[in-house]
Write a protein that binds this ligand. Structure first.
Ligand code: NAD
Ligand code: UDP
Length: 322
């Protein structure tokens, strides 16, 4: 008889930044992991160290197409996450969020299993409420350059809750705020990876706008921990739950901190602010604290040092093209 605690777990987007850390964690917890990825922004390098693990399997597959597998749980992480990548092919981005959710929810319905959705703080858009709490409906432009991602993720949340109400599928919706750490793609254009790579190369640090916009940065290890706690919590806890670090920083201050930690000679270069760029973002994590007994433990400086050490090695080798 199978050990009930040992599960076969599907991780879509498992070759990406967050997905690869999640695969690693689930394997170390003793589960079988099926990583499904179309390698749009993820890479073999992110999961190469897992290839010889007897409980790890990889399937190249686009979740915009139906998937027939037998598993006990699903984590849906497939979707490009950086503005540069999700805007490169906006139709594919929205298809991944919406068609992908439909296919995976259909799979969860057939198998009667629990499914986690990697949602995002972007569902709040450029928020009028600060800090953002889960009950806030957001301020999202439906026709802008970020809409393929924001509205795709909002529609995916709707689908998750409709499948939950209509078909009684156990769901877990986590709204992830800006997360950073080793295995971010060096060319993905996100602020932490951009600034570290620029600082290490002594190239100008590209600050969009005046750098007074704020973000709250969560180290990847803290994020994976709360996602696992959430997934293993009672089925009555569906979310949406904000997951992230509530410490808030101005982008220009992040740049200065990275310059100091890398001992870099880079200058600051101010460039135009992209359209619909949210002015401030900080999660209210009261729910995660109270219901999951969790709060982030890695301070920004410690997480940045670990990420800098990763990029020092990564930029010695050419990055995989996406
Ligand atoms: P990432 O780009 O590194 O990973 C995404 C992965 O999904 C990649 O491996 C990519 O190849 C794969 N993928 C994309 N489209 C696919 C498709 N159609 N079929 C199969 N695989 C596909 O990004 P990440 O930072 O690891 O983000 C993972 C998830 O978490 C995303 O859903 C993202 O929206 C969400 N999220 C991330 C953050 C963050 O700060 N990193 C914040 C909020 C939400
Ligand atoms: N940003 C910046 N320089 C960069 C990359 C990003 O000033 O080289 C800014 C960007 O305009 C935004 C913030 O940093 O205000 C976070 O950007 P990111 O793309 O990491 O995430 P998101 O905007 O999705 O939160």
């Amino acid at each position: 008889m199978r050990d009930v605690k040992h599960k076969r777990i599907l991780v879509t987007g498992g070759a990406g930044f967050l997905g690869s850390h999640l695969c690693e964690r689930l394997l170390s917890d003793g589960h079988d992991v099926l990583c499904v990825d179309n390698f749009y922004t993820g890479s073999r390098e992110n999961i190469a160290h897992l290839f010889n693990h007897p409980q790890f399997e990889v399937l190249r597959h686009d979740i915009c197409l139906p998937l027939h597998v037998e598993v006990d749980e699903i984590y849906n992480f497939a979707c490009p996450a950086s503005p540069l990548h999700y805007q490169a092919d906006p139709i594919q981005t929205i298809k991944t969020s919406v068609q992908g959710a439909l296919h995976l929810l259909g799979l969860a319905k057939r198998l009667k299993i629990k499914i986690f959705q990697a949602s995002t703080s972007e569902v709040y858009g450029d928020p009028h409420l600060h800090p953002q709490q889960e009950s806030y409906w957001g301020n999202v432009n439906p026709i802008g350059l970020r809409s393929c991602y924001d509205e795709g993720k909002r529609c995916a949340e709707t689908l998750f809750f409709d499948y939950h109400r209509q078909h009684k599928i156990p769901i877990k919706v986590g709204r992830i705020f800006n997360t950073y750490g080793p295995r971010m793609h060096p060319n993905d254009g996100r602020v932490v990876s951009n600034f570290i790579v620029q600082a290490l190369k002594n190239e100008p640090i590209t600050i969009y706008g005046d750098g007074q916009q704020t973000r709250s940065f969560c180290f990847v290890d803290d994020l994976i921990e709360v996602i696992c706690r959430f997934m293993n919590s009672s089925d009555s806890l569906t979310g949406p739950i904000n997951i992230g670090n509530p410490e808030e920083f101005k982008v220009v201050d992040l740049a200065r901190q990275i310059l100091r930690l890398t001992n870099s000679k880079s200058s600051l270069r101010f460039l135009p602010l992209p359209s619909d760029d949210p002015k401030q973002r900080r999660p209210n994590i009261d729910q995660a604290k109270q219901l999951l007994d969790w709060q982030p433990s890695v301070p920004l400086e410690q997480g940045l040092l670990a990420t800098i050490a990763y990029f020092e090695k990564a930029i010695e080798q050419p990055a995989p093209q996406v």
